[in-house]
Design a binder for this molecule. Structure first.
Ligand code: KG4
Ligand code: ZN
Length: 358
């Protein structure tokens, strides 16, 4: 696209937030958020202790149109001022993805503007460039409810996975534990709050895969250990609950720290010529304060700077989708109107997808 900057309408509907945002992206890869609206479905899912896909899809259908109007109004824009429409096209819950992508296709067709299908993970991966003063290359820890990965972001559009979880994601470890302990949903923030009052050394939880040379994670066994430990404690009162939460959170943090350190070392050896200055975390779990504090100390040990976006941009939002849409549109990359949503779609598959669609 031959423009100095583009205004993109972004739609995010891959899980339990319906979000719409407008971001202006310029050719120097800088972005300005003109509006950012999020409707969280927490109240609708919380009686079930987790996301119910059918409820999520129906709720996206109901809220999306009014949110689009609101996003345009808050940015003082009309649909005719928009240069392109971006929607999360994967990975995520397929029903929600179809709602968002189909809505975006309708807008693209009606307003005669390009459609850009955005990988949700790429949204999280590139958010720090939008919200913080960071530019690639950087080492990224992507920690959310569905993913836990260590990724080398060499450039915009160039990603190499260094490690991933072999079972549950870190966010799932928080969510499942919170559900078992009956302390609220979503589990991460609920568990973090209770953990603040507890003794993190009180209970011994394992650090799965601690001694393997790779940078992979495993969290599913941690929840089993929590259940076993909790059964031995009678009664579970406020104090023991806080100690359990603190010790459990500490185990998750340790696992993240151990594998992040392995990734940093590996990356420093492989990239001797280019100094990698930043260790960046993104995704819902990156909003956890205790994790941030621990990774800041780790980064400093290797003379790197630890960076995480502000909380509202760590968790799911549409600004990150509009942002990636703008970066891609300015590079001449857009998608066809018959593109399909994908429930599974890794970051490393991005290049293949682009080759097919360009
Ligand atoms: O990125 P996100 O909003 O959605 C996904 O793409 O998954 O991440 C949601 C996940 C949930 O598992 C939630 O419990 C977790 O992020 N989370 C946290 C915190 N805030 C959100 N986990 C730990 N501590 C937090 N403060
Ligand atoms: Zn996410």
């Amino acid at each position: 696209m031959n423009k100095e900057s583009v205004k993109i309408l972004g739609i995010e509907s891959s899980c339990d937030e319906t979000a719409v945002s407008i971001v202006e992206v310029n050719k120097n890869d800088k972005g300005k958020i003109l509006s950012n609206i999020i409707f969280s479905q927490i109240d609708e899912h919380s009686p079930f202790g987790g996301v119910v896909p059918e409820i999520a899809s129906r709720s996206h259908v109901e809220s999306l149109s009014p949110l689009i109007d609101k996003a345009l109004n808050e940015a003082f824009l009309d649909i005719n001022d928009i240069d392109g429409v971006a929607a999360t096209s994967g990975p995520g819950l397929i029903g929600g993805l179809i709602v968002g992508l189909t809505t975006a296709k309708g807008i693209a067709l009606g307003a005669d503007i390009p459609l850009i299908g955005v990988n949700h993970l790429e949204g999280h991966a590139l958010t720090p460039i939008l919200t913080n003063d960071v530019s690639p290359p950087y080492l990224l820890l992507l920690v959310s409810g569905g993913h836990t990965q260590l990724i080398m972001v060499r450039d915009i559009g160039e990603y190499a996975q260094i490690g991933t979880t072999i079972d549950d994601a870190a966010g799932e470890a928080f969510d499942k534990a919170a559900k078992f302990l009956d302390i609220g949903y979503p589990g991460g923030p609920a568990l973090e709050k209770i953990a603040k009052k507890g003794n993190k050394k009180k209970y011994e939880f394992p650090r799965p895969l601690k001694n393997t040379d790779d940078c992979n994670f495993s969290f599913s066994g941690l929840k089993t250990s929590l259940i076993r430990e909790a059964k031995n404690i009678e009664p579970i009162n406020e104090k023991t609950l806080a100690d359990l939460a603190a010790s459990y959170q500490e185990a998750i943090i340790d696992c993240i720290k151990i594998k992040s350190e392995k990734a940093i070392k590996k990356m420093l050896i492989e990239n001797k010529k280019t100094k990698i200055k930043y260790f960046v975390a993104s995704g819902g779990v990156a909003s956890n304060r205790a994790i941030g504090e621990s990774l800041t100390i780790l980064a400093e040990k290797y003379e790197m700077k630890f960076i995480a976006p502000p909380i509202k941009f760590c968790t799911d939002n549409a600004a990150m989708i509009a942002w990636v849409g703008g970066l891609r549109l300015l590079r001449g990359q857009k998608d066809k109107l018959d593109m399909q949503a994908k429930a599974r779609w890794s970051l490393e598959e991005m290049k293949i997808h682009r080759r097919i669609n360009e």
